[in-house]
Design a protein around this ligand. Structure first.
Ligand SMILES: [Zn+2]
Ligand SMILES: [Zn+2]
Length: 608
């Protein structure tokens, strides 16, 4: 295997040296004034990613690049060098790109209005069609439905756009609402509902008086008789995310806004209530004319079990509402199955039909796989056979979970279940990444009882070999984590899309940092310890950014994170946290012994 690697690197290096000037020109065309491949850079980041360079090779490459820069400076005039270093911005669309990988056919990048907004209803809930529009939703005021953003930049699908910018011809401050009428509430069977949206506040979005909200209106007599409503402001949460989770490195061309979940949990106040209107809305708009919208792409309404009979095993962490521990079936020390009064036999597999009944016990019960087991094969992706997808396809089993005595086994197709940038990045909104997103066929083995690594080594910001290239862990939606580098030299984070991922040369979409778009069963609103978002391959869990109420784990003084991004508490044991805006972003090294079953395929299937 070593021979193979060095052979490949040698060959690539020779090619690279021979075509330095062509590459330099490509880079110059590519840069568009954002941080990117530098003057004289020999191998671009996305190519480095597949090479798995050793430290020595990385250093040699740096020397090589220094000498290339020196030689270029002799060949070119000072003016030409300056031009290469600071090229004039090319046209926004359709400029020259780096050719797509040859082994597969060309990707069709024509506009693709994807279906949506996405609505997910649990239990016996159903939508009531609006008689005026014939749609399942209504919009009013400065709220419209349509494609979110620029479909050439990002695949966000359709959704609701709440426009906070005052229009010049109106005296009123902007306000508006998107609503869906839900029938089929059965308060006799349970009175708790969870409403969750996935939303993104563009940089210019602003409201006064915290007037951005989720609202639930209750009705009886089949929706004709209005009774009461509850409302929760999510404006502060938007502002908190802007302050706390800012990451200058992510996709500057799209702004630094990112997708997050927002939710409200309500108890229907009266037993005769049979329907509800669920709304997301705003008032007192004070936004900018550019990028002044709040986008909503996903709306979920689910009946949830009554929280009152649940005794938390340790200190109360949040207002979450999992079912009573006593009624659950134990799978392992930390994993439980909720039979909901039915057959107590644990199912062989967990997928979209029952993932919301698989619970992890921390200082509460979490259902990390709920709403994370399905995805869409989007137009332009590669399917499992390596063909370009021309028609959007629902994938009902993108993640399937099984338990053995030693492992949580995850079969994962590695398909993002959230917005992504458009790949291949022909328009170079990022770094010109030529890869597309492709369906994979992965099986990951997560140890149920991690053992401590006798010689743990943490990565250093300059590189180091503590974590290999390729997958080092996996998020609960089946998308893999990589380390912070696309090669040992380059910090990869600015190459990411707005959900903090991008595809590698083998079409594997992956995260290098906090993937804020991964669904967590409840919203991670920064008022308590973040939920589980994935696993490192040593079996220890990876949690979201928060340690407690308005306290990021990276800032914790009482329980600080180590260089591995790890600390320990009573309920979770040793666990990793993502650190937005701070190296090493996801994990800094394996604190436990890495499960070797996960490694043979690490080099993209090429090296086996
Ligand atoms: Zn990468
Ligand atoms: Zn923690």
């Amino acid at each position: 295997m070593k021979v193979l690697i060095s052979k490949r690197v040698t060959v690539f290096s020779c090619v690279a040296i021979a075509s330095v000037s062509i590459l330099s020109m490509l880079y110059a065309q590519q840069r568009q004034g954002r941080p990117g491949p530098q003057f004289g850079e020999v191998i671009p980041g996305f190519a480095r990613e597949q090479l798995d360079l050793s430290k020595e090779q990385a250093q040699s490459l740096e020397l090589l690049e220094a000498s290339v820069r020196e030689k270029l400076a002799k060949v070119l005039t000072a003016e030409q060098v300056e031009k290469l270093k600071n090229p004039p911005p090319p046209p926004r669309f359709g400029g020259p790109g780096i050719p797509a990988p040859q082994r597969r056919q060309q990707v069709d990048t024509t506009p693709d209005p994807t279906p949506g907004p996405k609505l997910q209803l649990g239990g016996s809930l159903a939508t009531v069609t609006d008689p005026k529009s014939g749609q399942w939703f209504t919009t009013s005021g400065a709220v419209t439905e349509g494609i979110l953003g620029n479909h050439k930049e990002e695949v966000s699908g359709r959704g609701f756009k709440l426009s906070s910018a005052p229009s010049p011809d109106s005296k009123n401050t902007p306000s508006g609402m998107a609503s869906v009428m839900i029938s089929g509430l059965k308060p006799a069977e349970g009175r708790w509902l969870k409403v969750r949206i996935q939303g993104l506040a563009q940089e210019g979005f602003k409201v006064d008086k915290e007037n951005l909200y989720l609202r639930v209106d209750y009705f009886k007599d089949k929706g004709t008789n209005a009774l009461d409503f509850v409302k929760k402001s999510i404006a502060t949460q938007v502002e908190n995310y802007r302050k706390e989770l800012v990451d200058e490195g992510t996709n500057q061309s799209l702004g630094n806004a990112s997708w997050h979940s927002f939710s409200i949990q309500v108890r229907t106040p009266l037993p005769e209530i049979d329907s509800a209107r669920i709304s997301v809305g705003f008032g007192d708009g004070a936004g900018a004319t550019d990028n002044g919208e709040f986008w909503v792409r996903e709306l979920e309404v689910t009946p949830i079990p009554d929280p009152s009979d649940y005794q938390r095993p340790s200190k109360p962490a949040s207002d979450q509402n999992p079912p009573a521990l006593a009624s659950l079936v134990k799978i392992s020390e930390k994993w439980f199955y909720d039979p909901r009064g039915g057959d107590r036999k644990v199912p062989d597999t967990f997928d979209q039909t029952n993932a919301d009944r698989l619970f992890l016990l921390t200082d509460r019960l979490e259902a990390p796989f709920a709403n994370n087991t399905t995805a869409w094969l989007r137009k332009g992706y590669y399917d499992a056979a390596g063909n370009v997808v021309t028609k959007e396809r629902f994938v009902p089993d993108s993640v399937v979970i099984k338990f053995t005595s030693d492992h949580l086994v995850m079969k994962a197709k590695n398909l993002p279940n959230h917005p992504t940038a458009v790949f291949p990045d022909r328009s170079r909104f990022l770094d010109g990444n030529p890869g597309a997103i492709g369906e994979q066929n992965n099986t990951w083995y997560i140890p149920l009882r991690p053992s401590l690594n006798p010689k743990p080594v943490a990565m250093k910001p300059g590189g180091g070999r503590a974590l290999p290239m390729g997958a080092i862990g996996v998020a609960v939606n089946g998308v893999v984590f990589y380390n912070p580098f696309d090669a040992d030299i380059t910090d990869a984070i600015w190459r990411m899309d707005r959900c903090c991922g991008h595809p590698g040369p083998n079409s594997t979409y992956h995260y290098h940092k906090y993937p804020s778009c991964v669904n967590t069963p409840w919203d991670d609103d920064g008022t308590s310890h973040s939920p589980l978002i994935g696993f490192a391959f040593d079996g220890f869990g990876v949690y979201g950014p928060y340690e407690g109420n308005r306290e990021l784990a990276k800032d914790s003084k009482t329980n600080p994170l180590s260089d591995f991004n790890l600390h320990s508490d009573e309920a979770r044991g040793p666990h990793y946290h993502v650190t937005p805006g701070q190296f090493p972003h996801i994990i800094g090294g394996y604190w436990g012994v890495m499960e070797t079953k996960n490694r043979p395929r690490r080099l993209f299937g090429l090296m086996e």
